[in-house]
Write a protein that binds this ligand. Structure first.
Ligand code: ADP
Length: 309
């Protein structure tokens, strides 16, 4: 069983417009509203993979009810109810561009923060792997992922962390280490305050920095260039073929789903990295964020090369 954590989920609203007119009325007929948030993308892709998956996080208000109501039935719901309203995130799609309006989301008081941590502890029973994705809601301390990782480690669960900025920094500087982190090069550069390019020797030097000590797997996703990974003291480059891309938003979440599935099934390094990248690519080939068409899986799988570097 894989548990996905989405602490600050959203209702994602998309407004496609032929032309976006500022300072006047824009009318839209083709509105879509779906449960959103990086962890929910992970859950949906795991569901497409036919993995057994449970989703948790914090939800509240009418938007929270909407989110729970629209989760696929095969994803088990173990969300924790809070008093604030789950946020809306609006994407206006116009003239080939995307303008986004993202609400901060609800504030959690100390009782709710502690309440979620307790809830998390009690739902870990038959979970093998936990994914933690995205930003923290307002009110949660910056080291909250560190707290969840400590609990997970105490119960012998594997963890995949996909966050950025101060939340990632707090985990790297803490004593309790996740099994896997999956930064992209932008997130690495932001973390380290230095440019991170595609040169393999430079990437190796970056991942050998003491900041990453104690983390079993570091998987750096490189978009159309595949991925670079460190497992223990072994380095890998994943080479991927050129594909026709429709919408790469959510590819990183899809990759996280592949990593979690690889860990849950005790797959070897080659298989885990291939699965993670194939799922990222499959997501990039779809219009819908956090969805993969598994009928194209095998054909792509055979075209990836994982090489030790
Ligand atoms: P994130 O969304 O976290 O920035 P990436 O953009 O690196 O993550 O995407 C994750 C994975 O998805 C990549 O490692 C790659 O396998 C696949 N992918 C993403 N974008 C593309 C693309 N344009 N072409 C082919 N594969 C892609």
């Amino acid at each position: 069983m894989i548990l996905t954590v989405t602490l600050n989920p959203s209702i994602d609203i998309s407004y496609p417009l032929e032309e976006f007119k500022l300072d006047t009325v824009n009318r839209v007929s083709d509105v879509s509203k779906t449960p959103g948030g990086k962890g929910l993308n992970v859950a949906r892709v795991l569901n497409d993979l036919k993995e057994s998956v449970t989703a948790t996080g914090c939800v509240g208000g009418e938007n929270g009810e909407f989110l729970l109501h629209h989760l696929p039935e095969s994803i088990q719901n173990r969300f924790y109810k809070i008093s604030g309203d789950t946020r809306n995130c609006i994407a206006i799609l116009h003239e080939g561009k995307q303008t986004e309006i993202l609400e901060h989301g609800p504030f959690l008081d100390q009782d709710e923060v502690d309440g979620f941590a307790n809830h998390f502890k009690y739902i870990l029973g038959d979970v093998d792997v936990i994914t933690m994705s995205g930003s923290l809601p307002v009110g949660m301390p910056v080291d909250f992922y560190q707290h969840l990782i400590r609990i997970s480690n105490t119960f012998g669960k594997k963890t995949v962390l996909d966050c950025s900025g101060n939340a990632l920094k707090a985990v790297l500087e803490g004593d309790d280490k996740p099994t896997v982190i999956k930064p992209n090069t932008e997130e690495l550069a932001q973390l380290l305050g230095q440019d991170v390019g595609l040169n393999l020797e430079e990437l190796k030097a970056v991942l050998k920095q003491p900041l990453f000590d104690g983390i079993e797997w570091i998987i750096v996703s490189l978009g159309a260039d595949g991925a670079f990974a460190k497992h223990g003291s072994t380095f890998y480059k994943v080479d991927i073929p050129k594909i026709e891309v429709v919408n790469p938003v959510g590819s990183g979440d899809s990759t996280v789903a592949g990593i979690a599935s690889g860990l849950a099934n005790d797959e070897d390094d080659q298989a885990l990295l291939t699965k993670a990248n194939v799922l990222g690519m499959l997501n990039a080939q779809e219009k819908t964020t956090g969805h993969v068409n598994m009928s194209n899986y095998n054909e792509l799988y055979d075209r990836l090369i994982v090489r030790e570097v």
